[in-house]
Write a protein that binds this ligand. Structure first.
Ligand code: ADP
Length: 382
């Protein structure tokens, strides 16, 4: 019962009115039971004294009745006046407490929302009550949600600002190269041959890829895509990736092996989205593995998830970079991955998509030139 009262504003308001009613009733009962008779007695005694002092009044029945009535009325008025004062004090006190509890947090939220609308995203409100316990009423929960919303807005705003800076930085390099080549052509410093045009074409290609990746990133970051989760066989998903990339593997002279544990359970997955994750990871493995190297896709069941890993014998990742590679635009070696056209977004997209499936993703590497292994998990269906 106490818990319900603590957690519901309606109960609190109802109880406060009940208290006022109770105080009024008690005072009224006390007045009729004790105060009124005492006051009445007091007035009667005063009247008696008057009568004793003035014997001429004896026998004047009508005047006596009138005085008795007046005294009774005075006594009742006094008692009721007292009851009214007590009820009034109780009402003022209870109203003050209720309005402090209800109006103050609402006013605070109103001012905070105005400040947030003005761009002060670090604004927060006090949460009345004990957050750790379960004694939060609707207002406290509203304050809590308000703070969560403000935190989310602040985070989104940070990301937006950072993204604008990152994008400007990423666009600058290819644009500068294109501009330089064009100026060289116009000034006659560069000859208008196939090589020059190929270089310009490579940079426009890079710009195109960057824009496509950014579009995809913004879609996955805000979750603006639909997931078509269906029962899937891991083998089927892996085979599609192999077919898509086999030509590029052959061309570069890198071997692609597939080693799946037998009897793998089915997983719930969006074929296109997980295909995208696989394509990203296997594509990276190919990109960062020199000719003659080997890339292996493995899958095994680990408790209630299937772990799919992509290992390569390529350039590897130094220990101090491994935690950051899933961060947007992060590249271990900027000049090297830029030269191969990497935008540093692929792994960020892969992480978002894996997490949207309820899975995890991580990377391991013994160090530079010792290869790397990227693993992601998918929950077992059922
Ligand atoms: P990019 O388009 O640059 O490859 P990603 O987000 O896919 O962007 O990868 C981020 C960075 O992680 C890469 O620039 C690279 O430095 C590193 N990386 C990713 N996969 C591998 C890999 N298989 N081997 C070594 N380094 C890798």
């Amino acid at each position: 019962m106490m818990k319900a009262i603590r957690r519901h504003l309606g109960w609190k308001i109802f109880l406060s009115y009940l208290i006022v009613l109770l105080v009024g009733s008690i005072v009224l009962a006390t007045a009729t039971e004790y105060t009124a008779p005492t006051a009445f007695d007091h007035h009667l005694a005063a009247m008696n004294d008057m009568m004793m002092g003035d014997t001429s009044m004896m026998g004047e029945a009508t005047d006596l009745e009138l005085d008795l009535f007046t005294n009774f009325r005075n006594a009742l008025n006094e008692a009721l006046g007292l009851a009214l004062a007590a009820a009034f004090t109780a009402t003022v006190l209870v109203s003050l407490i209720v309005s402090r509890q209800v109006v103050a947090p609402i006013r605070q939220m109103m001012f905070a929302s105005q400040r947030i609308a003005d761009g002060h995203y670090d604004e927060r409100v006090d949460v009345p009550g004990d957050i750790a316990g379960d004694g939060l009423d609707e207002l406290a929960q509203l304050a809590l949600s308000f703070n969560q919303m403000a935190a989310k807005l602040e985070y989104t705003e940070d990301i937006r600002r950072q993204l604008i800076g990152d994008v400007a930085h990423e666009l600058r390099t290819p644009l500068t190269t294109i501009k330089g080549s064009m100026e060289g052509l116009m000034d006659g410093v560069l000859t208008a041959d196939v090589q020059t045009f190929q270089q310009i074409h490579r940079q426009t290609d890079r710009l195109q890829r960057l824009i496509d990746d950014l579009q995809e990133l913004s879609r996955v970051e805000v979750g603006a895509y639909t997931m078509n989760l269906l029962l899937q066989e891991v083998q089927g998903l892996v085979e599609i990736t192999k077919t898509t990339l086999s030509h590029q593997f052959e061309e570069k002279g890198v071997t692609l092996n597939i080693e799946l544990d037998p009897g793998l359970p089915l997983v719930y997955a969006d074929e296109d989205r997980i295909g995208q994750v696989l394509l990203n990871l296997v594509g990276n493995a190919l990109q960062y593995t020199p000719a003659g190297g080997v890339v292996t896709i493995r899958a095994r069941q680990e408790r209630d998830e299937v772990q799919i890993s992509i290992s390569d014998t390529g350039v590897g990742i130094p220990d101090d970079h491994i935690d950051q590679i899933f961060t947007r635009f992060y590249r271990v070696d900027s000049s090297r991955s830029r030269s191969v056209g990497g935008s540093g977004i692929g792994l960020t997209i892969a992480r978002h998509l894996t997490e949207a499936h309820g899975g995890r993703i991580w990377a391991e590497s013994p160090g530079t030139d010792q290869g790397s292994t990227f693993t992601f998990t998918l929950p077992v269906a059922g």
